[in-house]
Design a protein around this ligand. Sequence first.
Ligand code: MG
Length: 394
Amino acid sequence: MKHISLLGSTGSIGTQTLDVVESHPDSINVVALAAGSKSIKLLADQIRKFSPELVSVPGKPDIALLREALGAEHKRLEIVCGDEGLEAVATHSKVETVVTGVVGFLGLKPTAAAIRKGKRIALANKETLVAAGAAIMPMVREFNAQIVPVDSEHSAIFQSLGGRKAADYKKELAKIWLTASGGPFRTWSLEQIRNATVDDALKHPNWAMGPKITIDSSTLMNKGLEVIEARWLFDVDPASINVVIHPQSILHSAVEFVDGSIVGQMGVPDMRLPIHYALFFPDRVHSDKVPRLNLLEMHELTFEKPDITRFPCLAIAQRIAAENNTLPCVLNAANEVVVDFFLQGFVKFYDMAAQIERVLERHKPVEKPNLDDILDADQWARREAVQLLSAVRH
Ligand code: MG
């Protein structure tokens, strides 16, 4: 029996994780759940179905709402809240694997706490490594924790490397081929992209994901953040990570070895596949949830070079990827704020890159940052971004 906790249980990754868990009732036990305030009713349903021992919600009012939704049935369930609540879920003593499905910077502190307890992290929260890779990776080594990526591309790379540790493939690995679908604007002209609306950007061609990551996919910032994520996760020079547009999203990424062999991982674009792999790693277990890929029905797989003129966010992130300081954290924070302003209609689609650049330019980076430096940089960047954007908002 594997014992897991799940951060962000009502979000896109969370619900898909529980979907996988549901088909393996005898091998996976959900010990603890954490969720946001938006879907208390769904959280109550999840509690009825999976009977966790501990649940965390954002605030005290959410505890009351959840108790009300649960009724008399789960009176003895322990419900906690706030940052400490998230941490309690992430560090529960019975838990071996923590699935981090929360969106954004919120995932950093509980992930760090779980690493200090030597847990295995099924990492779906890329912001943790993007913002704090410089501080997190040394902790992973120090506390003998392990990160198994859930991000589909990184899962593909991890699988292609045989799930080995960096020291074991270091001499063999020449390059990473990081695939991107290209998002909804892949074939749009610069002029069309300038006039893209929020609805246009939210229509992802292949993947069903939450709104923040869907916008990041439409700007290709998501791919840029994934370059940074891969750099830390696989301990490689970012210059050896090649982004390639692959509109069918069938090859989820590949590695090129020093002898010229390219090994990749293919499958249908369905997040339950990397989630399933991370939950059972290092074993492979039958899945009846994930649809099968029929190669006989695959008529073409195509690859193209990304266009950084139409998608400047990718170039910004690729430039920042090599930094060993607080700039990646500032990039991540500024992007979160800018995406939020875009979703509310206060920033135009194509202006997002320039706004992120303005925040980056104002930052005085701290070299080799620790977790506190990163938390400070994050707060600074958010304040700065909100201030700059409020001034341009009309
Ligand atoms: Mg991805």
